[in-house]
Design a protein around this ligand. Structure first.
Ligand code: GLN
Length: 267
């Protein structure tokens, strides 16, 4: 019998950056939060978050601790979510700098896209994939954030800024966000990621479109779908849905208040 909603082990890469905030939210959402500091811990978890911080540092430490190949393998069959620096680290291509990248997501990312004047700001986002994402704006906190310059292959945009910049993407089991949901009290993005993990864990998300259709689970048992399963097609057909309308146009505001000191983010 499949017990949907059972506790899962969710990892957060704890080499550098804002990993504590993610761990705390995972605990609040009733899952086991695993601080991942060694590659072998990847075997114990069903999904991984790569936090924000400084992507050059995360890349160098990942290289130093022999994480690169194990993480690439992990990405082949288990969900990964990169926030901010995590997004950069997941990307196949970035616009400048020579730094270690996982290169598993078919996206091209522009680092520090907002320049110095407004390098941190908060704005409301419309994210159709999350619960009530069309009607209830999600608080997007951007800290020296990247944007996605190009999406290729199977990668799809999940959300845009008002000016059209792509700031959230999904490619099968991988997601990446320019912003920091872990610095808010809104857990909908974490819940969305947990759903992806849960679907993968219980065996397949292949034709699931929209939140209500939890198809593809029945008859599948337990952990069998966890490794090497091919149902990676994820949420098809979402791109283009998210549009840019309906955002409340606060981008450009520099609402840094309340953010500083909250996290291990190096700015
Ligand atoms: N600017 C950082 C980088 O390039 C990312 C900032 C963040 O993760 N908040 O890695």
């Amino acid at each position: 019998m499949v017990i949907v909603g059972a506790k899962m082990n969710i990892g957060v890469l704890a080499l550098q950056g804002a990993f504590i905030e993610h761990l705390n939210i995972i605990k609040k959402l009733n899952h086991n939060a695993v601080e991942v500091r060694l590659p072998q811990q990847l075997n114990e978890i069903s999904g991984l978050i790569i936090p924000g911080g400084e992507s050059t540092t995360i890349g160098k430490l990942a290289l130093m601790y022999n994480f690169i190949e194990p993480l690439k393998n992990f990405a082949l069959h288990k969900p990964i979510w990169g926030t901010c620096a995590g997004m950069i680290f997941l990307a196949k291509k970035i616009d400048f700098d020579n730094q270690p990248l996982l290169g598993v997501m078919d996206i091209e990312v522009h680092r520090n896209a907002f320049g110095r004047q407004v390098d941190s700001f908060q704005t409301d986002l419309q994210i159709p994939a999350i619960k009530n994402g069309l009607t209830e704006p999600f608080p997007g906190i951007f800290i020296r954030a990247p944007v996605v310059k190009n999406i290729n292959g199977k990668a799809k945009a999940l959300s845009y800024l008002k000016d059209g910049s792509i700031i959230a993407v999904q490619e099968n089991l991988m997601i990446a966000t320019s912003f920091h949901p872990e610095l808010t009290d809104d857990f909908r993005f974490h819940q969305y990621f947990l759903e992806i993990i849960e679907n993968n864990f219980y065996g397949g998300v292949s034709e699931r479109i929209g939140r209500s259709g939890r198809s593809g689970r029945s008859g599948q048992s337990g952990r069998s779908g966890q490794s090497g399963q091919s149902g990676r097609s994820g949420r098809s057909g979402r791109s283009g849905q998210s549009g840019q309308s309906g955002q409340s146009g606060r981008s450009g505001q520099s609402g840094q208040s309340g953010q500083s000191g909250q996290s291990g983010l190096k700015r």
